[in-house]
Ligand binder design. Sequence first.
Ligand code: PLP
Ligand code: COI
Length: 379
Amino acid sequence: MTDTLADSRTSSRMFTDGVPLVVEDVTRRPAAERAGILADPGFGRHFTDHMFVARYEVGRGWYDARLTRYAPLQLDPGAAALHYAQSIFEGLKAYAQPDGTVATFRPEANAARFVRSAERLAMPPVPEQAFLAGVDALVDADRDWVPTGPDQTLYLRPYQLAVESFLGVRPAHEYLFLIIASPAGAYFPRGVQPVSVYVSEDYVRAAPGGTGDVKCAGNYAASLLPQQQASALGCDQVVYLDAVEKKYIEELGGMNLFFVLGSGADAELVTPELSGTLLPGITRDSLITLARDMGHRVTERKVTLDEWRSGVTDGVITETFACGTAAVITPLGEAKARTGDFLVGAGVPGTLTMALRESLLDIQHGRVADTHGWLHRIA
Ligand code: PLP
Ligand code: COI
């Protein structure tokens, strides 16, 4: 049995000034098929019935904003993004709430970061309100795809790419802004088990003046070879050092890092400062607030690989974890580096790591009061 949206309509929503957000009638997949996918969604493998698309042309601005059937794109083989990676993305999640509604988490922060990413890649920014309207419209249309299992979510992937067919190297004159949605379980198939990391001393993720502080596609392409190197050594993830001195710990390929010093009520958190080469994570920012709410001191400063290694060896650093939208909070276990391997903590998730994880998930899933106003309900 297949059900469809009642009719094709221009919703009362606007994408941006003068540009209505059109909702198209799409064929939805049968409920049984959806239920089968939601029972074990994995991460990033399945997509919902709809996608959001808007177009941009220099001289015309944004136009043709529509929620339409999830389907392959038609791109000219000369499309600039395919050649010069003028392409950016975001990642945020929609959470089923106990009262049956759906909420996204701090979407305004993603909208603002998307603008910064666009500006860095010389792309026309999607106005923040338009970004939010697109996200809301997609989540609203695909509400049935928001899974309700423990810690399951609907992962949302807004992205923007240059589609003008032109091979000269300059900012393109035509763009697509899209949002797709993917029901998600745990990012790491083993769940909340410590991940092993390889400290890359050969490759860097970002250099001063580069693009490390924005979410552009090229950053992730460049991370694949070091990731392969890590996998060959039996490690799950890569820890990157700063490009200049190769001394300071920056972040993972897709997650920020925190170190816990001491234990119990007096435990302190340290996270690498936003030096211009790190991605300012929304999870990172939220955890700084939550840890302070819990009475812990949090410091943003430089941390060297030597400090990390000696800290875990002599017991000063008791826990290390990574955080990001996709993976939430993931404890670090074994660390391998050319200059010597070491074990972080006892190879089991740390106490504060798990307490912060619970605290963040409780807010996101609506199990506790949202005192910071981070949840955005989809009307
Ligand atoms: N660092 C990088 C390089 C990322 O790609 C991400 C993911 O978005 C993060 C950190 C975590 O950011 P957020 O917490 O906003 O998802
Ligand atoms: C996220 O956490 O949303 C990310 O973008 C990280 C990764 C999946 C690229």
